[in-house]
Each structure stands twice: as structure tokens, then as C-alpha cells.
Design a protein around this ligand. Structure first.
Ligand SMILES: *Cc1c(COP(=O)(O)O)cnc(C)c1O
Length: 404
């Protein structure tokens, strides 16, 4: 048997550097509070933006779907795995997103693997923001296209790279950006990117995993937020964040979706979403269409949390969304901070390299519509106490002769 010696050594090194991820196990459902190690802790780590992951109506619909359709899809979509549930979800999402058509894929990660290699060949050029999500990076690796990486959100640099791609003789050019950058919570400058793509006749693709259910009217996403309908060629989305379920999709013109149904490898070679997941997603989209109350609550909560944390002296980065990074820079500080928060009943995971660049470690606080104001105050107090103990924020505010 192989001894895996070098792997053991690497794991030890990760632990020494504070980069080893301690995977927590939840002993109950997703929600504002989680049970971890037998203890109830405030959840400030999950992508359950709207609190839909354990929504009663969605649970009921899922149970009905299982009773009616069974538990497994039985096949890949192109052979015997397309149920009318799948096509209904695709139509509902297309209507919600104001696009001609959508295609369901098993996850957001796979949606990127589905679309990028299907549309781009070796004579083409792909231009990617340097902070794009790992699933985009891997999707690009599956192509033989020439790669160009542009500086984060720097449209002037994108312009330079597009010019370079033209000079290098690219046939098609695909510009890819995250809509919301998940580690900082900042937005892609989409209106400017649209303009530069027009100038060079480039295809524009946005992965809006953290924008779906968060940005735009009723959570229709970043394209709706900026009013850019019909100006973005490919939208990739996930059903596993704000929508509260699991799954991914690609949205765009009917010709693109028809093409992906013939060519996208995760669609052709991996089984479709289960009936329970699909039905839960249908209900999730219905709820979002019907009311924007949860989206509004999410933003109120995010704004409140950020304001209070800034007042305490925390560095919350450049976020423009409810995602709130609490910048600590050094990985061991972030990891200790997270551990101490957990001791105080707050679950907020630290994030280090390679998920964020070296020296940019942080605790990424994920705010949810499921949080009450009391929950947020509980979290803020724990951050204040640990921040002072670790001297991340000053104790000056406690001094009697200083006004707060
Ligand atoms: C989370 C995320 C994904 C992956 O989505 P899943 O549905 O969890 O696979 C893809 N792209 C971006 C930008 C993400 O943030």
C-alpha cells in the first residue's frame, strides 16, 4: 500500500501555518442558529441568505415531490432523466430572470464546467478577472483557449487584454466575471464591462452565484440590478445559496441553451437533479416572484451589521452586499479569532489562502434574512469582546474620559 508520506507532511504544514480547515459538523438544519458539538451557536457562515434552506413550504413541496416522483432521477437528462419538473423549473427560472431560456445543471460549480468548454475552442481567447471563483478557473482549464487574466475590476486593463487577444488572432473572445465576489462582497463593474465587450465584439459571461436572490428586484440578480437585460450573453447561477436548495443553471438566448443541451458535458454525462431538489427550487423561485420581503430584510440586516462593526473600529473591506469580510490579514489571527468566537457561541469561519490571497485572511460574516436584530447584536458583542482581547480593535472606547 502507498504510504502517502508527502501528503501527511503537507497537512502538518497547513496546520502549522494556520491554514488547515477544521470542518464543522452540523447536528441539525440550517438556520440563524446551528447545533455544533451539542451547542446552539449563532450562524454567521452559511450562504443561506434568505433563510430558505429549511423553509416549511419548500420542505412540504419536496416531500410531495418524493411521494409523486420518487427519490432518484434515474438517468442523465439526455437519456431518460428529464422529468416535467426539470422543464418546469427551467421555464420558471427563465421567466424570473427575464431571459429566453435556462438549462439546469447539478450545481453552480458544474454550470461553469458545462458552458465554458462547450462554447470555447483552441482558436479562441478567454479573459478572466483575477479574483474569479475557482469553478471558473477550472472551467477555463478544460478548454484549449488562450487565457488572459485581467486585474480585479479593472476595465482599462480588460481593454488592454482584449486588444492583445485581437492582436494574437483570437476568433471568439469570452469575458468572464463573478457578479458578486464572494470573499469581499464587491460587485463587478458590469455596465463598463458591457461597453468594453461591445467595443471588441466579445461574449460576456457573468457568474452570479452570490447575486441570485440578493441583487436586483426580488433578487433577480446583478443583470437586473444594473438594468442590463439583453446585454449579458451568458448568466450562470446557483440554486444552492439564496435559493436555499442545490443545483445550478445557465441563462441566456434560446440558441445558447439549445446548444448546451446538445454539448454540455455535465448535462450529457451526469444524472439530473433529484425530484425533491427540483421541486424545492420551483417553490423557491415562486416565493421570490411573489414577495421581495426576504430580500429587503437581508439588506437591512447587512447594512445594520456593517454599520455597527465599523463603529467598533473593525475593517470590513470593500463590501457592497450583505457579505461582510472582517479583515484580520494574518491567517493565525483569523483562525484564533474564529475559535474564540465559537467559544462565545458565534460560528463565523475564518478564511485564508488559497481561498483568499496570502496576507488577506479574514472572517467572512454571512448575514441572512433569517437573523433577528437580537441575533445580530449577540454576534456584534462577541466580535467586540474577541476584537479587544486580541487587540484587533482598541480598548480606547472603554476609557471613561473618551467619548464613544
Ligand atoms: C458558490 C459559487 C459557485 C458554486 O456554486 P454551487 O452551486 O455551490 O456549486 C460557483 N460560482 C461562484 C461565483 C460561487 O460563489
Amino acid at each position: 500500500m502507498y504510504q502517502w508520506t508527502e501528503f501527511k507532511k503537507e497537512l502538518e504544514e497547513l496546520k502549522e501555518k494556520g491554514l488547515y480547515t477544521n470542518i464543522r459538523t452540523l447536528e441539525g438544519p440550517q438556520g440563524a442558529w446551528l447545533k455544533i458539538n451539542g451547542k446552539d451557536v449563532l450562524n454567521m457562515s452559511s450562504n443561506n441568505y434568505l433563510g430558505l434552506a429549511n423553509d416549511k413550504d419548500m420542505v412540504e413541496k419536496s416531500i410531495d415531490a418524493i411521494k409523486h416522483w420518487g427519490v432518484g432521477p434515474g438517468a442523465v437528462r439526455t437519456i431518460a432523466g428529464t422529468m416535467s419538473l426539470h422543464t418546469q423549473l427551467e421555464r420558471d427560472l427563465a421567466e424570473f430572470k427575464n431571459v429566453e431560456a435556462t438549462i439546469m445543471i447539478q450545481s453552480g460549480f458544474l454550470a461553469n464546467q458545462a458552458v465554458v468548454p462547450a462554447v470555447m475552442g483552441k482558436e479562441d481567447a478567454i479573459l478572466s478577472d483575477e479574483l474569479n471563483h475557482a469553478s471558473i478557473i477550472d472551467a477555463v482549464r478544460l478548454t484549449k483557449s488562450k487565457r488572459y487574466v485581467w486585474k480585479h475590476k479593472d476595465v482599462a486593463d480588460l481593454d488592454v487584454k482584449l486588444k492583445e487577444a485581437d492582436r494574437d488572432g483570437a476568433v471568439k473572445k469570452l469575458v468572464i466575471t463573478d457578479g458578486v465576489f464572494s470573499m469581499d462582497g464587491d460587485l463587478a463593474p458590469l455596465p463598463e464591462i458591457v461597453e468594453v465587450c461591445k467595443k471588441y465584439n466579445a461574449i460576456l459571461m457573468v457568474d452570479d452565484a452570490h447575486g441570485e436572490g440578493v441583487l436586483g428586484s426580488h433578487g433577480r440578480g446583478i443583470v437586473d440590478h444594473f438594468g442590463l437585460h439583453d446585454q449579458v450573453d451568458i448568466e450562470v447561477g446557483t440554486l444552492s445559496k439564496a435559493f436555499g436548495v442545490i443545483g445550478g443553471f445557465v441563462a441566456g438566448k434560446k440558441v445558447l441553451i439549445d446548444y448546451l443541451k446538445q454539448k454540455a458535458r455535465p448535462f450529457l454525462f451526469s444524472s439530473s437533479l433529484s425530484p425533491a431538489d427540483t421541486m424545492a427550487a420551483i417553490e423557491s423561485v415562486r416565493k421570490l416572484k411573489a414577495s421581495d420581503e426576504l430580500v429587503k430584510k437581508l439588506w437591512e440586516n447587512g447594512n445594520y451589521f456593517k454599520k455597527e462593526m465599523k463603529a467598533l473600529g473593525f475593517d470590513t473591506g470593500e463590501s457592497e452586499t450583505p457579505i461582510t469580510p472582517v479583515m484580520l490579514y494574518e491567517a493565525p489571527v483569523a483562525s484564533t479569532f474564529s475559535q474564540k468566537l465559537l467559544e462565545k457561541g458565534v460560528f463565523a469561519q475564518s478564511i485564508g489562502f488559497p481561498t483568499v490571497p496570502k496576507g488577506k485572511a479574514r472572517i467572512r460574516v454571512m448575514i441572512s434574512a433569517a437573523h433577528s436584530k437580537k441575533d445580530l447584536d449577540f454576534g456584534i458583542k462577541a466580535f467586540e469582546e474577541v476584537g479587544k482581547e486580541l487587540k484587533v480593535i482598541s480598548n480606547a472606547a472603554d476609557s471613561p474620559d473618551l467619548q464613544r
